[in-house]
Design a protein around this ligand. Structure first.
Ligand SMILES: Cc1cc2nc3c(=O)[nH]c(=O)nc-3n(C[C@H](O)[C@H](O)[C@H](O)COP(=O)(O)OP(=O)(O)OC[C@H]3O[C@@H](n4cnc5c(N)ncnc54)[C@H](O)[C@@H]3O)c2cc1C
Length: 393
């Protein structure tokens, strides 16, 4: 099967760039995770990234390593990834905040979800907080806040730093990076790029939402869409350092371990009756703080096979209105706004296929790739290479 016949046969350069045990296409977190595990095995690895440095979903996110709220396979991957993040955090000097997540409850129904969560998962996973304790973390008056929960296992990174440092770490270990190099086609044993051909026994494709550009049949099969998200950074709303990531009632609807609780139904019903617009824009009001104090605010979710180029002003208004409400502010100063896009599939959260011998196509098809990629990639690589990895220290 040739996915782009014209590319391979016409005027493209045919110079041989090198031979490797593994070539990874895509320099985002999922591609880097595969490269890391392959380099742990002592393989000769190359990463091909179309931009001069990764600027995709992996640097546009909150940097929230959201372990506790995952369920099923995502939780297993997140647990492995947590250990891996702590390991490479030390090796690559990535500052990992072991500060957990604070979930803020502002209705009786949201409080009931937190209580049920603690009952089901136990005190190691979550600790209930009073309204005053919760408000104190945010540096605000309690106001509408009724309760909170602290999820201590969750971590936080600055995604820009994490991806850059992980790239440096891999380069120091001898991984070859072909940056500013677009991949036009992948065949068994070779990767055809805009600069020449790489050969490899095994190839991993981790190109996020652009999966349809190289493997349209797989994108069709898994109904992969582009989910675009609106994000912004605002000036620190209070003088307080807000160490944990912050979740609100809307977050309870999004993540498996909360969404599957019986008590969450009432929270969804409340939003449907009182704030349907927040659900229409699929808002998950959450925050993480940058090292300089700026607060990352997001997010919204709009899906389509094709990426809609237009931004909805109302999405931003809603995010800002809700932020002001939580922090009791009249105004907020927006420093930067951006759009992020990730792959989304109604059929799986972890796409992992082998369409050609020695060619693994992967994607995290929901918004938890920072949390899970280091675990998912380990599984993906082990199955591609048909043997478990040696224990890495
Ligand atoms: C706004 C936003 C907030 C999020 N927040 C979180 C969060 O807090 N926690 C969490 O766990 N997850 C979060 N996510 C999800 C997470 O960021 C993604 O799941 C993850 O980054 C996907 O990683 P990736 O490597 O698959 O994709 P990407 O980061 O998109 O990387 C794919 C790379 O492939 C390259 N590429 C594509 N095509 C080619 C080609 N033909 N040739 C060469 N290179 C190519 C691209 O340039 C890109 O660098 C968020 C996502 C967004 C958008």
């Amino acid at each position: 099967m040739n996915h782009s016949p014209s590319f391979a046969t016409t005027s493209r350069p045919s110079n041989h760039l090198g031979d490797f045990d593994l070539v990874v296409v895509g320099g985002g977190i999922l591609g880097l995770s595969h490269a890391l595990h392959a380099s742990d095995r002592g393989l000769r690895v190359a990463v091909v990234e179309r931009d001069l440095h990764a600027v995709g979903a992996s640097v546009r996110n909150f940097g929230h390593l959201c372990i506790t709220a995952q369920s099923g396979a995502a939780r297993s991957y997140a647990d492995v990834a947590r250990e891996q993040w702590l390991r490479i955090g030390r090796q690559a000097d990535i500052s990992l905040r072991e500060s957990g997540t604070l979930v803020v409850a502002r209705t009786e129904h949201e409080t009931a979800v937190l209580e049920e969560f603690v009952q089901v998962h136990g005190a190691e996973e979550a600790r209930l907080l009073t309204a005053t304790e919760t408000a104190d973390v945010l540096g605000v008056e309690s106001g509408e806040i009724l309760a909170g929960a602290h999820l201590p296992l969750d971590l936080r990174v600055n995604p820009l730093v994490a991806v850059a440092r992980m790239t440096e770490l891999l380069r120091d270990r001898g991984v070859a990076f072909f940056l500013g190099t677009n991949v036009g086609a992948v065949e068994s044993g070779q990767v055809l790029t805009s600069r020449g051909v790489l050969t490899a026994a095994n190839i991993v494709v981790a190109i996020g939402h652009d999966l349809d550009r190289l493997f349209p049949e797989l994108a069709d099969q898994y109904q992969v869409e582009r989910c675009r998200l609106r994000m912004m950074e605002i000036k620190a709303p209070t003088g307080r350092v807000i160490d944990p990531a912050i979740f609100t009632g809307l977050s309870l609807l999004r993540y498996g371990a909360f969404a599957e609780l019986a008590s969450t139904t009432a929270v969804r019903a409340d939003f449907m009756s009182h704030r349907p617009e927040l659900l229409e824009h699929e808002i998950n009001l959450m925050f993480t703080q940058r090292p300089d104090g700026a607060l990352v605010v997001g997010d919204t979710h709009h899906r389509g096979r094709v990426e809609d180029p237009f931004e909805l002003e109302r999405s931003d208004e809603l995010l800002l209105e809700e932020t002001k409400r939580l922090f009791g502010l009249d105004t907020v100063e927006v420093l930067r706004r951006w759009r992020g896009v990730y792959a989304s599939s109604p059929m799986t959260d972890f796409l992992c296929e082998t369409p050609l011998p020695g060619v693994r196509v992967t994607a995290v098809t929901t918004g938890i790739g920072m949390t899970c990629s280091l675990g998912f990639a380990l599984d993906s690589l082990n199955s591609l290479l048909h043997s478990p990895a040696p224990t890495a220290s």
